[in-house]
Design a protein around this ligand. Structure first.
Ligand code: 1HE
Length: 263
């Protein structure tokens, strides 16, 4: 285990555990509410991950993953400042989604507002039984500003997100997983362990496969089919031509690599 002074914010901790970068929101007294300093620190961490990092886990200290935007900071903002603030979040969460490594979010307790926006920028979400999901922006008289209107409908659809914001609907962990807010549901207290196990596995994948999944797949999925098929052909040709891909396929053909096991 090693740590790195990649950032100078006491509310965000970072350490390497093998090939996995472990990032923790560490502002439990404020339920890990994200102020500007924390958002900038998050961006800095993802812009400066050490090259030995092959996957990342993000989790939160205390009883909750994240209470969203630090509401104490928006009280006096005018429209122009609000615009810049939203763009600050976009830049930071863009570094999470389109950074160097896949990111697994370990969720527990409140995953609300900007906390859900952060989670939705990650590649995999593991929710424990204590998790609950909400978009209280609707009742606070504001709107999502951290990329939520782009990313959350891709997980659950426009209709469900509209309902969450119009009515203040809160999804528990079971229903959150059912509708697609998380891909994994685990017993309370075990989200980090599951997320870390997944990240450790992801870290052993061929780097170009991980890169294609992070950077090509979401873009191909947005393209018209004809362009998407062409993009897919190009990225699959690049990925399969890597020496690592050749070695892995050869290992399977020689009986030296694991089979797919029945679920
Ligand atoms: C906060 C925040 C916050 C807690 N900003 N200070 N997000 C929300 O609307 C959610 C607001 N938070 C809550 O509903 C609750 O705090 C929780 C359900 C998350 C947790 O409840 P609980 O009982 O464990 O904690 P608490 O007693 O409510 O909060 C503890 C302290 O954290 C308290 O401060 P204290 O000085 O009185 O101890 C709270 O004021 C503080 N706190 N959440 C600031 N969010 C890019 S745009 C994104 C837009 C949004 O995210 S809007 C949604 C904001």
């Amino acid at each position: 285990m090693s740590s790195s002074p990649l950032h100078a914010n006491p509310d965000l901790s970072f350490e390497m555990q093998g090939a996995v970068a472990v990032i923790r929101l560490s502002r439990p007294a404020k339920r890990n509410a994200l102020n500007d300093g924390l958002i900038i620190a998050l961006r800095n961490v993802f812009e400066n991950l050490p090259s030995e990092a092959k996957a990342a886990v993000i989790h939160g200290e205390g009883e909750h993953f994240c209470a969203g935007l630090d509401l104490s900071e928006i009280k006096e903002r005018d429209a122009g400042q609000g615009m810049h603030h939203s763009r600050l979040w976009h830049a930071a969460l863009e570094r999470v989604q389109f950074g160097p490594v896949p990111v697994v979010a370990a969720l527990h307790g409140a995953v609300v507002g900007g906390g859900l926006e952060l989670a939705s920028a990650c590649h995999i979400r593991v929710a424990d039984d204590s998790s609950f999901f909400a978009l209280p922006e609707g009742s606070r008289g504001i709107f999502v500003g951290g990329g939520g209107s782009v990313r959350i409908p891709k997980l659950i659809g426009v209709a469900r997100m509209t309902d969450m914001m119009l009515t203040g609907r809160v999804y528990n962990a079971v229903d959150g997983e059912r509708i697609g807010l998380a891909q994994y549901l685990v017993p309370a207290g075990t989200a980090f362990d599951k997320a870390f196990a997944l990240a450790s596995h992801i870290a052993t994948n061929a780097p170009l496969t991980n890169y294609a999944l992070m950077h090509a797949l979401p873009r191909i999925a947005e393209q018209p089919a004809d362009q998407g098929f062409m993009s897919e052909a190009m990225i699959s040709a690049i990925v399969q031509s890597a020496p690592e891909a050749k070695a892995r396929v050869r290992a399977f053909l020689e009986g030296k690599a694991g089979k797919v096991q029945k679920a």
